[in-house]
Design a protein around this ligand. Structure first.
Ligand code: PLP
Length: 346
C-alpha cells in the first residue's frame, strides 16, 4: 500500500486552510472523521492523484449547517465521513449530487442498502457501534463501581463524571439520541436524557471528545462510538469499553458530493478513492477502528466485532429525515439542555 510520506506537509496545509478558510484549486473537502484520519487521507489522495486538496475537520451537524448555508454558492465539493443519517438529511433537502462511485459493487450489504436509501447520493464508507468507556483509575479513585448499562449512567454517584457531545453539532450524539428513542420510545428517551444531563460535566462539540477526555482522566465516563474508545485504549489509556446491556445503535459513516460542487471531476475521484480498498486502508493507517464498507478492504485488527453486540434495528430512513431531526433536537434543546447547567466546550 502506497501511503503518506508527506504527512508533515499535509498537516501544514491542513492548518493553513482550516485557520484561514482558504480553498484549494483542485478540491475542497469537509472531513467528519477523526483529525488524524483526515490528515492521512488528504496526504494519501494527494500523493495518488497529484491534486491539491484543502481539507478541514468539522463535526457532522456543523458540516450539514455549512452546506445548507452555502447552497446557492457551494464552497465545499465533498463531505467525507460523519454519521450517515446526517448525509441522508442533506439528501432529503436536495443538497447532494447523485453519484454511483466505482467500487459500489464491492460494498457490503449494509452499504448497498444505505446507498439505495440516499437515492444514489451518499455512500457508506464505514460502520461502528455506539457505547461508552470509563476510566478505571478515575472510577476506582472515586470509590465508584463500574457501569454496564445506559441506565447506570444516571446514578447520582456519577455526578459531574460523564461527558456526552451535543447532538446539534455531533453526529455521534445524534446517533445516541436516535438510539435511545428506538430503545425506549421518545418520551422515555427524553426523560432519560434529562436525568443523565445532571451527571454531565460538559456537552462537547465533537463526538469523540468525551472518550478522549475519559482517556486523559479528565472525566470518568465518555459516551462515544466504541471504535473511538478502542483507538484511545490502543494508545495506552486505562479505558474499559462497554457495550451497554440494553443494546445500542450504530452508525454508517458516509461520503457524498455537494450539489453544485465546483470541482466535480476531482470530487468523483475522491469519492472513488474513499470507497476503494486503498482509500479505506487510510483508516487503519491512522489508528482508526471502524469497519470498512468495501468487502475487499482489510478489517483493522482491533475493530470491535459488532456481531457480538446487542444492536437495535437502526431505522436510518426515519432518523435520517430532516423533520425528525429538527423535532428531536428541539426537544433536546428545550427539555434536556434547557433544564441542565453543564459547561459547553469543544
Ligand atoms: N470521529 C469518528 C472516528 C467517527 O467514527 C465519527 C462518526 O462518524 C465521528 C468522528 C463523527 O464526529 P461528530 O460526532 O463530531 O460529528
Amino acid at each position: 500500500m502506497k501511503l503518506v510520506t508527506s504527512l508533515g506537509a499535509g498537516a501544514a496545509f491542513w492548518l493553513s486552510s482550516a485557520l484561514t478558510g482558504a480553498t484549494a484549486q483542485d478540491l475542497n473537502v469537509l472531513c467528519g472523521v477523526d483529525k488524524d484520519w483526515c490528515l492521512t487521507m488528504e496526504a494519501a489522495f494527494e500523493q495518488t492523484t497529484g491534486l491539491d486538496v484543502a481539507m478541514a475537520r468539522r463535526s457532522t451537524g456543523e458540516i450539514l449547517e455549512q452546506i445548507r448555508d452555502e447552497k446557492d454558492d457551494p464552497q465545499v465539493d465533498v463531505w467525507w465521513g460523519g454519521t450517515g443519517d446526517t448525509h441522508l438529511q442533506a439528501a432529503a433537502e436536495g443538497l447532494l449530487e447523485p453519484y454511483r462511485p466505482a467500487h459500489t459493487g464491492d460494498a457490503l450489504p449494509w452499504a448497498q442498502n444505505f446507498y439505495q436509501l440516499s437515492g444514489g447520493t451518499a455512500s457508506g464508507v464505514y460502520a461502528g457501534a455506539l457505547g461508552f468507556a470509563y476510566n478505571s483509575s478515575v472510577l476506582t479513585g472515586n470509590g465508584l463501581k463500574a457501569p454496564s448499562c445506559w441506565k447506570d449512567l444516571t446514578d447520582p454517584r456519577y455526578l459531574g463524571l460523564v461527558q456526552l457531545a451535543n447532538p446539534n453539532s455531533s453526529g455521534t450524539a445524534y446517533t445516541f439520541l436516535a438510539t435511545l428513542v428506538q430503545l425506549l420510545g421518545e418520551d422515555e428517551a427524553i426523560r432519560y436524557l434529562a436525568a443523565l444531563a445532571h451527571n454531565i460535566s460538559h456537552f462537547t462539540t465533537s463526538g469523540a471528545a468525551p472518550v478522549k477526555a475519559a482517556a486523559r482522566g479528565e472525566t470518568g465516563i465518555g459516551i462515544s462510538f466504541i471504535h473511538d474508545a478502542v483507538t484511545q485504549q490502543q494508545a495506552g489509556a486505562p479505558l474499559v469499553i462497554v457495550a451497554p446491556c440494553e443494546g445500542t445503535g450504530y452508525e454508517i459513516g458516509a461520503v457524498s458530493i455537494v450539489k453544485g460542487a465546483k470541482h466535480l471531476q476531482a470530487a468523483r475521484r475522491f469519492v472513488n478513492y474513499s470507497m476503494s480498498p486503498e482509500g479505506q486502508a487510510t483508516g487503519t493507517a491512522s489508528g482508526q477502528n471502524q469497519i470498512p464498507s468495501n468487502a475487499r478492504a482489510a478489517l483493522p485488527p482491533a475493530a470491535p466485532d459488532i456481531s457480538l453486540i446487542r444492536m437495535v434495528d437502526y431505522d436510518f430512513a426515519t432518523f435520517g429525515s430532516p423533520e425528525q431531526r429538527r423535532r428531536l433536537l428541539d426537544r433536546f434543546d428545550k427539555e434536556v439542555l434547557g433544564n441542565s447547567s453543564p459547561v459547553v466546550t469543544q
